[in-house]
Design a protein around this ligand. Structure first.
Ligand SMILES: C[S@@+](CC[C@H](N)C(=O)[O-])C[C@H]1O[C@@H](n2cnc3c(N)ncnc32)[C@H](O)[C@@H]1O
Length: 254
């Protein structure tokens, strides 16, 4: 009996360590601003695609907003920009996001905990690469369900998560090619030499390892759709993003 109790404590501690390590990974990235500095172009393209799908006006909740990289992409619309609400469980991400904010409100919220929003009060939810960090299927279901409850009938979900084809190498190569086309050979070379190795080793390789070992969750279009639909959403479309390493899904609340 004492042995069982000791094992349970050890497992609990291991889980806490894993969770603490993951949280500290984002925390450090946000606090140091390395998260923004080392974001590969393929990721920004995925965010731009998500932003383009957000309708004008209304209330937009960025669920797991991190450092708020979605904010400037929406703000480009000027007056027709929707009102932005950012929610994240980490204060460090919210602090960075607040610095960018124009018309915005922020809230510290763990998406798996009781929702602080009134039911059916939000027009569109964006969950861009946030829910895959929950390795526990019931926790992910709880998050999709919470987002469903706070969205008005007819409202939308725009969500992205890693695909089972996630490849750090492909993301880097796609991003550097895109830099070359968009910003020219000098910037692409500088990025290749000084930025890409750090992005690859400190960021993408860590995420790829977590996806392979089950610390983070990777999806196929079918498993992504099934998980979201099990929370009540009706999936409208799925498309590849992030150089094929991600899936962008749109759904609506019936
Ligand atoms: C890869 S970052 C994505 C940030 C932002 N959506 C973007 O695309 O730049 C993952 C974010 O999800 C947040 N997150 C993970 N699990 C969460 C949860 N249970 N509740 C709230 N935020 C969560 C993390 O704190 C982190 O800020």
């Amino acid at each position: 009996m004492a042995g069982e109790e000791e094992n349970r404590k050890k497992t609990g501690r291991a889980l806490l360590d894993k969770e603490a390590y993951r949280n500290n990974y984002w925390r450090l990235g946000f606090r140091s601003r390395l998260y923004d500095l080392f974001t590969p172009r393929a990721y920004t393209e995925s965010l731009s695609r998500a932003a383009a799908l957000v309708p004008d006006a209304g209330l937009c909740l960025d669920a797991g907003c991190g450092s708020g990289q979605l904010i400037p992409l929406l703000a480009r619309r000027g007056e027709s920009c929707p009102l932005y609400l950012g929610a994240d469980k980490l204060a460090e991400g919210l602090a960075r996001a607040r610095e960018r904010a124009g018309r915005a409100c922020f809230l510290r919220w763990d998406l798996t905990a009781e929702t602080p929003f009134a039911a059916a009060s939000i027009d569109v939810v964006v969950a861009h690469f946030s829910i895959y960090t929950l390795d526990d299927p019931p926790a992910r279901l709880m998050a999709w369900r919470n987002l469903f409850e706070l969205t008005r009938p007819g409202g939308q979900l725009i969500a992205a998560n890693p695909s089972t084809h996630y490849s750090a190498e492909t993301i880097i190569e796609h991003s550097l090619n895109s830099e070359q086309v968009q910003r020219g050979p000098l910037i692409a070379w500088l990025k290749r030499v000084f930025i890409a190795p750090i992005t690859r080793h400190l960021g993408l390789a860590y995420i790829q390892r977590q996806l392979e070992e089950g610390g983070f969750h990777a999806y196929t279009p079918e498993t992504f759709s099934a998980e979201v639909e099990s929370a009540g959403w009706r999936v409208k479309a799925v498309e590849p993003v992030y150089a094929g390493s991600g899936i962008l899904l749109t759904a609506r609340r019936p």
